[in-house]
Design a protein around this ligand. Sequence first.
Ligand code: CA
Ligand code: CA
Ligand code: CA
Length: 240
Amino acid sequence: MKVTGGHIKGFTLVEMLVSIAIMGVIATITYSIYFSMTRTYMAQEQVVDTQQSLRIALKRMVKNLRMAGLEDPLNRAGAGVIEATSTRFRFTLDRTGGEGDTVDNDGDGTTDEADESSFPDGRLDDRNEDMAYEFDSAGKRLLETSGAENRVIVENIEHLEFYYHLDGAAPALTTSPAATRYADIRAVEIAVLARTARQDTGYSQAGSFSTASGVTWAVPADGFRYRFLQTTVRCRNMGL
Ligand SMILES: [Ca+2]
Ligand SMILES: [Ca+2]
Ligand SMILES: [Ca+2]
């Protein structure tokens, strides 16, 4: 701005144009910072969501798998593994029913009070005593089956693998044990590959993940972020 002879003149055209240009640049930078921060935040949120739901589902699966084959010390129920493939594991356990088994489970002199319900009854027909975990490849999700109940425990799953540790006369590691070896299962190694629910347009990264059994899962550079988790569950009640 120029002051000449006591008169205040306005901005020159050049000054105006320069200011507008500067403001334009500042606005563009501010917007792109804001946009990139928002995108980063949303991407992080997606990854956290994916990881969290995967962890919750795995925790649930591990808790139940660990109890496969559980029963009373007399092994009255004959609980154990029913099906064991690379993507499906079904097992039984005797958790409850003691309130109706005509046995004084807690040895207090009275038979079948309500508080005996937490004792096994030698039968596998109570709630959550016949369970299965399975990968639904068409729906890309993990299912939990308990008797006639079906539940989706986590969505956006690309792959699942069960890898069995067999004991007995011929110790082995396999994803497909023969039915005659089900009773030898002592541990299950679970590998899961999950994916974010939405694509991130600014992200593009191919990759691959290897499971304990040696299978490789490749993922394309499709804008989704992938998370791989692997954990081993000891089935403490198998082989007792
Ligand atoms: Ca029972
Ligand atoms: Ca009792
Ligand atoms: Ca009882």
